[in-house]
Design a protein around this ligand. Structure first.
Ligand SMILES: O=C(O)CCC(=O)C(=O)O
Ligand SMILES: [Fe+2]
Length: 374
């Protein structure tokens, strides 16, 4: 179970040319019909990346080569937030990180290491279980709350991402019947959801304070609701230079809390250069989503990030999305307290469900902020 595969030796140069004619729609459909995902390709012994995953050269990792190695996403220690002076300092760090990076990592956040490790393991067990059992969860039905699929935007994007995902979403109700969860990761998922939701409440308080608002401001807007949990599995890739684990995108959320294993591969765009988000033991990555950028009237930034493919794998991560309330439709827009004559609203009001609908109908790498701009 713990085994990490390195398939760099099996690599052969790709002979596919971008000029070759191929029926992409047909290939995508037949791949989707397999219900076996990228993991199924690896299990079948594929040693070349199929064309549906190959990206145009300007989107490949070689682009923007000069990685900023001397830069690091801020790491923020939450252990002192119970004491006034420490809390003020933590709030200041969160404000600066949210304004400059849109990303930070938190340590001493209250979720035990064992829960983090077990959630990574649970995700692995789900994706590595018997394929016939796993296929029962394969679905693109938007109404299904627990499903697994390969690329939610498989039919919209120009190139598929080298990853499979188990998606657990609670857009309307905060209640999820435990029996709906896959047995492979049920117990730990229930525990992780409980703990990461508590952490989200703490972070929304700190973020409210960082915006100069009362601690409960963001939670009173239901920002911490509308949760979904996506458990990604990035298999080892025979030709990692031809594809990506995840294309560049911003998150359509208020906030995302990401648990990643120790392999690395996540990068964030900072000053127009890609910076590695180095895994830290026991750490969690936090990023501002589009919705928080909008309601903060651009004070906080929702920043592009992506995941590289790797010849070593699988890499596992679990993203917890907090995207606001869908039903009854709630209107969101720049927070009134943050608006003034010098700081006029930059966005119109809209419903969170409208926003997410628009997000789901386009490819992951197309930004959604502009259509709500005034
Ligand atoms: O797997 C990762 O590190 C990032 C995943 C991500 O960006 C997402 O699910 O939105
Ligand atoms: Fe993301």
């Amino acid at each position: 179970m713990e085994e990490i595969m390195d398939i760099s030796d099996t690599k052969e140069p790709s002979t596919q040319s971008t000029e070759d004619y191929y029926d992409r729609a047909k290939e995508v459909k037949s791949f989707d019909d397999s219900k076996a995902g990228v993991k199924g390709l690896i299990d079948a012994g594929v040693i070349k990346v199929p064309k549906i995953f190959i990206r145009p050269p300007d989107e490949l990792p070689q682009e923007l080569k000069s990685l900023k190695k001397d830069f690091q996403v801020p790491i923020i220690d939450l252990s002192g937030i119970g004491r006034t002076d420490n809390r003020e300092e933590t709030v200041r760090e969160i404000r600066i990180a949210s304004e400059k990076w849109g990303f930070f990592q938190v340590v001493n956040h209250g979720i035990p290491f064992s829960v983090l490790d077990e959630m990574i393991d649970g995700t692995r067990v789900f994706h590595e279980q018997d394929q016939e059992v796993k296929k029962g969860f394969y679905s693109r039905d938007r109404k299904r709350r627990v499903k697994y699929m390969c690329n939610y935007d498989l039919y919209q994007s120009l190139a598929a991402n080298w990853r499979d995902t188990l998606n657990i979403s609670m857009p309307v109700s905060d209640y999820l019947d435990p029996d709906e969860l896959p047995i492979a990761c049920r117990t730990i998922t229930i525990e992780y959801i409980k703990q990461v939701t508590t952490l989200a409440d703490i972070l929304f308080e700190l973020l409210s304070e960082a915006l100069g608002l009362k601690p409960d401001h963001l939670t009173s807007l239901d920002c911490a609701r509308g949760r979904s949990f996506v458990c990604h599995y990035y298999p080892a890739c025979p030709e990692p230079e031809l594809t990506l684990g995840s294309s560049k995108h911003t998150d359509p959320t208020f906030l995302t809390i990401l648990l990643q294993d120790q392999l690395g591969g996540l990068q964030v765009l900072y000053e127009n250069q890609w910076v590695d988000v180095q895994p830290i033991a026991g750490g969690l990555v936090v990023n501002i989503g589009d919705l928080l950028q909008i309601i903060s009237n651009d004070k906080f930034k929702s920043v592009n990030h992506r995941v590289l493919a790797n010849c070593v794998g699988p890499r596992i991560s679990v993203a917890s999305f907090f995207a606001g309330v869908f039903v009854p439709p709630k209107l969101y827009g720049p927070i009134k307290e943050l608006i003034s004559e010098e700081n006029p609203p930059l966005y119109k009001d809209f419903s969170a469900s409208d926003y997410i609908e628009k997000f789901l109908s386009r490819a992951l790498d197309e930004s959604g902020l502009d259509q709500f701009k005034l």
